[in-house]
Design a protein around this ligand. Structure first.
Ligand code: FAD
Length: 440
């Protein structure tokens, strides 16, 4: 007998189970690995397996949004952070782990908890009733994925294979770039435009051709590109001017500095409500991260660009959370179902675990009859949660790491060098207030 059924024993599912079980709630975790199924990226049957790198990224809670998220999760007794700290290996200011020790520790914690029951089985259908958390990750098994599509509408589960980089607005040089929509549509200034003359374009095109690309994993080889999100370097390889008739077309745009049309234009589209993050339109790419930074900083206006996320390509299933989920991660059309982890459209081990954690707390609150106001977006957990559950633009919604661009901007004037510290100090105060009011 269980009170909550968690589908998927990855990072988010285990963290949600832990938060529920510690509040006296009985949980069943269904994990398909070890039950005759495997994903294309996992290597073992272990719960909470890290599929790629062994890094939880920066552990600096004063200058880094993900380090701050570590801090907030530790305060909430996160099992993922406890096991990561125990399995830690030297990695400078980053938190990296021995992946086998880490997964073993999480698995032991789940198996040894009286309120958690792990069953090795693949869930093929969405439950019609009973409190359920879906935390099946970016490689959700096909049967369940199709059920999710049926429930949410096919356009709302992206089988996503390419992502474009995202730039912090305050790193764009607006003396060179300008606001304008093509043909002045909409309110006339929905995009940021970065102009290129012919010479700059030719050098940039060559850079795309020459830049080092990541190689396909064997399981990715058969994944077709969707025409709509073809990597920019693949498009560039089709002809010198293909990009100038595609994402870099200069028509309908006038550079205010010259009063003329540029030879080519790179457009950035607003990516969050605050306007602090901007997406490079059509710039999904398989260039290696280092090559992306080097090449994209050659774009006029982006010489000092700071990237909230770089481009990449891999299979990734996620729902359009900003329109499908309420602020407590419940599916609006079937509130007995919650989503957690990467399938909600957050990106990364830490973020997936954090969303599992808060999902566990929300679910426990429902069962125990407690009222919970989500943490506000001056905190790291709150900023990530708000992004997923409503602040992000639903139409261009793409997986996102936590970063300061998601936070409420500082109201007081702070010197640039002190801004991150001011953000994290404010976050810590706000998080403590939220935690003190947490009734469960
Ligand atoms: P997962 O950890 O994937 O857990 C989901 C679980 O659900 C899995 O154990 C799966 O077996 C199970 N499952 C799926 N379908 C079913 C079903 N129908 N029934 C029962 N069980 C099911 N993030 C980083 O921070 N660093 C990286 O280096 C990194 N590399 C990545 C590489 C790849 C190839 C991919 C796909 C993602 C990568 N990520 C990385 C992103 C992401 O953070 C991880 O995928 C993370 O594990 C997501 O956590 P999760 O709990 O949401 O999903």
């Amino acid at each position: 007998q269980h009170d909550v059924h968690i589908i998927g024993g990855g990072l988010a599912g285990c963290e949600a189970a832990w938060q529920l079980a510690n509040r006296g709630i009985k949980v069943k975790i269904s994990e398909m690995r070890g039950g005759g199924k495997m994903t294309a990226a996992h290597q073992s049957d272990g719960l909470a397996e890290l599929v790629c790198s062994n890094s939880f990224r920066s552990d600096d809670d004063e200058n880094n949004a993900v380090g701050l998220l570590h801090h907030e999760m530790r305060l909430l007794n996160s099992i993922i952070m406890t096991c990561a700290d125990e399995a830690k290996v030297p990695a400078g200011s980053a938190l990296a782990v021995d992946r086998e020790i880490f997964s073993d520790l999480v698995e032991k914690a789940m198996n040894n908890h009286d309120n958690i029951h792990v069953v090795r089985e693949c869930v093929e259908t969405l439950p019609n009733n009973g409190i359920t958390i879906i935390s099946t990750g970016p490689l959700t098994d096909d049967g369940l994925a199709h059920q999710i599509i049926e429930k949410t509408g096919s356009e709302n589960l992206a089988f996503f294979d390419a992502i474009a980089p995202i730039v912090h607005f305050d790193s764009v040089n607006m003396d060179i770039a300008w606001f304008q929509s093509r043909w002045d549509k909409g309110d006339g200034k929905d995009y940021i435009n970065c102009p290129m003359d012919e010479e700059e374009y030719l050098i940039f095109h060559q850079g795309l051709m020459d830049g080092e690309k990541t190689t396909f994993k064997q399981w990715e080889e058969n994944t077709p590109y969707f025409e709509g999100c073809m990597p920019i370097e693949v498009m560039a390889s089709r002809g010198l001017d293909t990009l100038r008739f595609g994402p870099m077309k200069p028509v309908g745009l006038t550079n205010p500095a010259t009063g003329k049309r540029a030879h080519a234009v790179v457009q950035l589209r607003q990516d969050n409500k605050q306007g602090s993050l901007w997406n490079m339109v059509g710039f999904q790419t398989k260039l290696k991260h280092g090559a992306q930074v080097e090449l994209f900083r050659k774009i006029p206006g982006l010489e000092n660009a700071e990237f909230a996320r770089l481009g990449g390509l891999h299979r990734n299933s996620f729902i359009r959370s900003p329109i499908l989920l309420d602020r407590h991660l419940r599916l609006k059309s079937a509130p007995h179902i919650r989503f957690a982890g990467q399938i909600t459209g957050c990106e990364g081990y830490v973020e997936s675990s954090a969303i599992g954690l808060i999902c566990g707390i929300f679910t426990a609150a429902d069962i125990l009859g407690a009222d919970i106001i989500p943490p506000n977006n001056m905190t790291s957990l709150g900023a990530l949660l708000c992004h997923i559950t409503g602040d992000a633009e639903a139409d261009s919604y793409q997986p996102m790491n936590v970063n300061f661009g998601l936070f409420t901007p500082l109201t007081e004037k702070v010197h640039k060098k002190q801004r991150k510290l001011a953000m994290t100090s404010r976050a810590k105060e706000q998080f403590d207030i939220w935690r003190q009011n947490l009734a469960i």
